[in-house]
Design a protein around this ligand. Sequence first.
Ligand SMILES: [Ca+2]
Length: 378
Amino acid sequence: MQLQTQVSKWKADPFSLSSVKELPQCGVIQYARKIASIPARNDYRAETFEIDGSFYVMVVSYNDGSKHGIDSIIYRFDGNALEIYQSVATNGARDAKYFEINGQRYLAIAQYYGDRTSLGYGVNSQILKWRNKRFEHIQSLPTKGAYSVAHFNIENDTFIAFANLYDNSHSVNSHVYKWISGQFVLFQSIPSLGAISIKYFQIGNLQFIVIAHHYTGSTYNTDSKIYLWSGAQFEIFQSISTFGAYDVETFTSNQFTFILFANNYNQNTKSNNIDSIVYIWNGVKFEEFQSIASKGATDFQAFSACDKTYVAIANNYDGSSGEISSVIYNVNGAGLQPYQHITVANIIRWSAFTYGNSTYLFAGPSTTKISYLFKWVG
Ligand SMILES: [Ca+2]
């Protein structure tokens, strides 16, 4: 079938899981691949990994509209189709990270809410290990409404860190775990307020984590925090004023390091129409670089395609509707410039990955129970 015919067919049937959406172009039309076998559920993001020559896409799903205790699905991906490979029992899963330690393969899954176990927000998060061509549960870690997990190495040590959002209070610690003798052991507790996103990054020899703080329990207008590794632990480095921050993203372009906070809600103006802010490392600290007009922003995702750097922002809600566009920006000397609008409603998270020479974007909307996989064609 001619691509243009496919485009027309898919456009005419936007709820067939195979809607064509427009993406920035490197010269030819962009199109979305059909996600053939994805079940109707609310997906959050996609984590990808390659094992023994096979490429896998794990779709992290947090509920099916009525319960959080559902499976997240690992698909095998060949560049054209997603084939169900393994179902993983999860509880309100919000994030997953794949990593390797000494040649062994693991997944850390951040779990937000457990109605399988009646533990609610106190549900454990979990560590899985690849054995006999499957991921198996090997460890539970006590988290509190965990929303995000980061993995990083410092010298020869492996760490993971969870952003904990809520358990009867938004004032809950977030936790850094260190891998010791075959398991993760609590390494450091970090006071946080509705922690919703955590990232690790390096600038030269400096090692940072940054935690987006979403809500204090009484206001969305609160500081998010950047922490610097002291050689022994993470210590507070800089506070950034944020507004219902929903995500923090970092990327490097042209040797400059940027931090982006997706702001979701301004308590003072009671509005979702609040700019999201890009910060740049000035050699001493992070300073404000650019304001990005956004509407109930929930995510930034940086990625490369066609040898250029792009950033996708998820605009989730404008205060009355989620039927709004999300935007892909290209990054150049002038900063982030709008490049293309993506007309999928209520996107809550973007995930980007590379398979072969192609870049793919996964969009998980927060309401429609349809996720989209875009392929960047150029
Ligand atoms: Ca992100």
